[in-house]
Design a protein. Structure first.
Length: 99
């Protein structure tokens, strides 16, 4: 499992606070001048699931399939998204500026 380091943003850091404000409404992808990308997302909407640390991929797939909490979250998400319009890969690329 990886660790993340919390960093407190000073109240006078205007650019960072503006990005945080945007991320409260919608997740943001930050891109460096070198093209490296980072995700800025609210932890209040984040969910993670531990599926184990086996080196055997088949074992990990089996554990993930047996994860009842994950299955419940996925079923809820599927029900919530039912009837919502889907985006084509072309639309996603255009929205992310990848064309």
């Amino acid at each position: 499992m990886f660790e993340m380091k919390p960093i407190t943003v000073a109240s006078d850091a205007k650019t960072l606070n503006a990005l945080l404000k945007k991320a409260r409404r919608r997740d943001v992808i930050l891109e460096s001048t070198e093209g490296e990308r980072f995700v800025l997302a609210s932890m209040s909407r984040w969910q993670g699931f531990d599926v184990g640390d086996s080196a055997d991929f088949a074992t990990e797939v089996k554990r993930t399939a047996q994860n009842k909490k994950l299955a419940s979250v996925m079923a809820d998400r599927r029900a919530k998204d039912a009837g919502q319009p889907r985006l084509s890969i072309e639309q996603v690329k255009q929205e992310l500026g990848l064309e």
